[in-house]
Ligand binder design. Structure first.
Ligand SMILES: Nc1ncnc2c1ncn2[C@@H]1O[C@H](COP(=O)(O)OP(=O)(O)OP(=O)(O)O)[C@@H](O)[C@H]1O
Length: 326
């Protein structure tokens, strides 16, 4: 581990306030290509599992007090039960779609996928955040969207091999130590699944609602359902389901194929009584533009794919408006 990465990780773990006392000693242990940071608690060793279990129990009982992120009006989390279904691509294009349909709105993007941060690549951003006068990280901006990601804090090729407590500290820092300014929406790209990170985020901040992304494939739908149930359990409203990669149209003969199935997410939305937010086709332009860091909503705003993302953004706003009326 280079000295640079080490310092970055160390800074990342410096949590202000009471939790700072948890970290008395951070020691680097190198095992071949894997790096571990060994944490010692003031009294005895850290019982990660115990701590996490306690957090989960507190969560379920609704004990911890959620604190809003300074300057942010509404937090929208984008989640998926399963990895690789297009959650980050949807989060990016949703954020840009929200801005496209109402340019008076300010939108930020937070990459909470600490194990596999992809927002820097998708938003074509590189570099490290500067610090404000009060030591908060200033987001990097592209396409008018301020972004923050753990990817800005570690070197590109560094393996992100973290123990549970380190992940929680990183998340806390990303939630509390970023100078967002004033935002109407903060779109959060969650890690896939229904684990500690997801619980920790729902525990720490008030969330306006969750958008669940799934392909129409049975195995993805099963996990999407689990994701939706988790949010309901912790009282986060589910704004709806996005069906990604629903149809592939051959660019030559225009024949349409439902590679992952056709209507699974739509049917699941009906079953679990949440809004169906829209269909995003499986399209090479979406993948190619994403890889270039030029999201389709920005690079081909007139395409039907960009329109599909804007429709999803409109549906999300409808869900939020309905919730705000309650
Ligand atoms: N509608 C789509 N059409 C074509 N390619 C897509 C589409 N949606 C996503 N992809 C591609 O699928 C791959 C996975 O997408 P993405 O990284 O957004 O998924 P994810 O669910 O966030 O993955 P992870 O769980 O690893 O974070 C990427 O290469 C992306 O460009």
């Amino acid at each position: 581990m280079t000295l640079f990465t080490y310092c970055r990780l160390f800074n990342l773990l410096k949590v202000k306030g009471t939790k700072a006392s948890v970290f008395q000693n951070v020691t680097e242990i190198t095992h071949g290509t894997c790096y571990y940071v060994h944490l010692k608690r003031c009294r005895g060793s850290v019982d990660n599992k115990g701590l996490q279990d306690r957090q989960k129990r507190q969560m379920v009982r609704g004990l911890p007090k959620q604190k809003p992120i300074t300057g942010v009006k509404q937090v929208i989390v984008v989640a998926s039960g399963k990895g690789g279904v297009g959650k980050s691509t949807t989060a990016v294009n949703l954020a840009l779609g929200l801005m496209a349909i109402d340019q008076s709105k300010s939108v930020g993007l937070l990459d909470a996928d600490v194990y596999g941060p992809s927002i820097p690549k998708l938003m074509n951003l590189k570099g490290h955040p500067e610090l404000s006068d009060d030591n908060r990280m200033i987001p990097l901006i592209n396409y008018g969207v301020p972004c923050m990601s753990v990817g800005f804090l570690v070197e590109d090729a560094s393996p992100i091999v973290w123990r549970g407590l380190m992940v929680m500290s990183a998340i806390e820092r990303l939630l509390r130590q970023v100078e967002w300014g004033s935002l109407d929406y903060l779109v959060v790209d969650m890690p896939p699944g229904t684990g500690d990170v997801q619980l920790s985020i729902t525990q720490n901040i008030p969330i306006a609602g969750a958008v669940i992304v799934s392909t129409p494939q049975d195995v993805a739908l099963l996990d999407a359902r689990r994701g939706a149930e988790m949010f309901k359990k912790v009282n986060v409203p589910v704004l709806g389901l996005v069906q990604n990669m629903s149809v592939f149209q051959c660019p030559n003969c225009h024949h349409q194929t439902h590679i992952f199935g056709s209507n699974g997410a739509r049917e699941l939305a009906e079953t679990i009584r949440v809004r169906f937010l829209g269909d995003i086709p499986l399209h090479i332009n979406i993948r190619e533009m994403s890889d270039k860091g030029q999201p389709i909503v920005i690079s081909s705003p007139d395409s039907s794919e960009a329109e599909a993302y804007r429709k999803v953004a409109s549906a999300v706003i409808r869900s939020l408006d309905e919730l705000n009326m309650i």
